[in-house]
Ligand binder design. Structure first.
Ligand code: CDP
Length: 205
C-alpha cells in the first residue's frame, strides 16, 4: 500500500535528519530530493549545461563527493529556478513517492507539486539564525573552512531564491502541518513528526 510523507521547508531546517529518522522508524524508503538539484548544480559548476545535466542524471551522480558544499547548494538553487530542469526531475520523484510500502521525500515542493496527495505533509522550519548556526556546525564539523556570517548570508539568499521563483516555489501546502524547530531539540522534532504521521496512519489504515 502507498503511504507518502512529504517533508518541505527552507535550507538547513532539519528536514534531512527528520526524514531519515522517520523513514527508519516506519520502514519507509527515503529520497532527499535536494540531492537531485545539488547533482545538477555540481555538473553546471563543472561546465555542463543545466538542462542536459538534468536529463542525463544517473543514480551514481547522487553519490558524488562534495555535493554538500555551500557552492553546490547555491548552484542547486540557481538551476532549481529553471522550469525545464524541474520538469526533467519530476517523473522520477513522483514514481518514488508512489512506491508501495511507504516513502518519505524531503525538499521544497513535495507537498505541493510532487505528491499533492501525500498522506502526511510536514513543513519544517526554524529562524534563519538557528538554521544558519546548525549548518555552520555541520559544515565546520566536516572540516570545511566556513564562517558564520557567510553561512547565514547563503541561507538567506537561497531561501529568497527558492521562495520567490515562479515554478514550484517553496511554500507550505495548505494541508501541511508546520513544525517550527527553532526552540526544539532534534529528538523532540523527530518525536513530533512521528506522532503526527502515526495519527495520519491511523486514519488511512
Ligand atoms: O539541505 P538544504 O536544506 O540546505 O538544501 P537541499 O534540500 O539539499 O536543496 C538544495 C537546493 O535545491 C534548494 O535550495 C532548492 O533550490 C533546490 N531544491 C528544490 O528546488 N526543490 C526540491 N524539492 C529540493 C531542493
Amino acid at each position: 500500500m502507498k503511504f507518502t510523507v512529504a517533508i518541505d521547508g527552507p535550507a538547513a531546517a532539519g528536514k534531512g535528519t527528520i526524514s531519515k529518522a522517520v523513514a527508519k522508524h516506519f520502514g519507509f524508503v527515503h529520497l532527499d530530493t535536494g540531492l537531485l538539484y545539488r547533482a545538477v548544480g555540481a555538473k553546471t559548476l563543472a561546465g555542463a549545461e543545466p538542462l542536459g545535466a538534468a536529463h542525463h542524471l544517473v543514480p551514481e551522480d547522487l553519490l558524488a563527493e562534495n555535493l554538500r558544499t555551500p557552492e553546490v547548494a547555491q548552484a542547486a538553487s540557481r538551476v532549481a529556478v529553471i522550469a525545464e530542469v524541474r520538469s526533467a526531475l519530476v517523473a522520477f520523484q513522483k514514481s518514488f513517492a508512489e512506491r508501495s510500502g511507504g516513502a518519505v521525500l524531503d525538499g521544497r515542493d513535495i507537498g505541493t507539486v510532487i505528491a499533492p496527495d501525500a498522506e502526511a505533509k510536514l513543513f519544517v522550519t526554524a529562524s534563519a539564525e538557528v538554521r544558519a548556526e546548525r549548518r555552520y556546525l555541520e559544515l565546520s564539523g566536516k572540516g570545511m573552512d566556513v564562517d558564520r556570517d557567510t553561512v547565514l548570508a547563503d541561507v538567506i539568499a537561497r531561501d529568497a531564491r527558492d521562495r520567490d521563483r515562479d515554478t514550484a516555489p517553496m511554500v507550505a501546502a495548505d494541508d501541511a502541518v508546520v513544525l517550527d524547530t527553532s526552540e526544539m531539540s532534534i529528538e523532540t522534532a523527530i518525536a513530533a513528526a512521528i506522532a503526527y504521521i502515526d495519527e495520519k496512519r491511523g486514519k488511512t489504515a
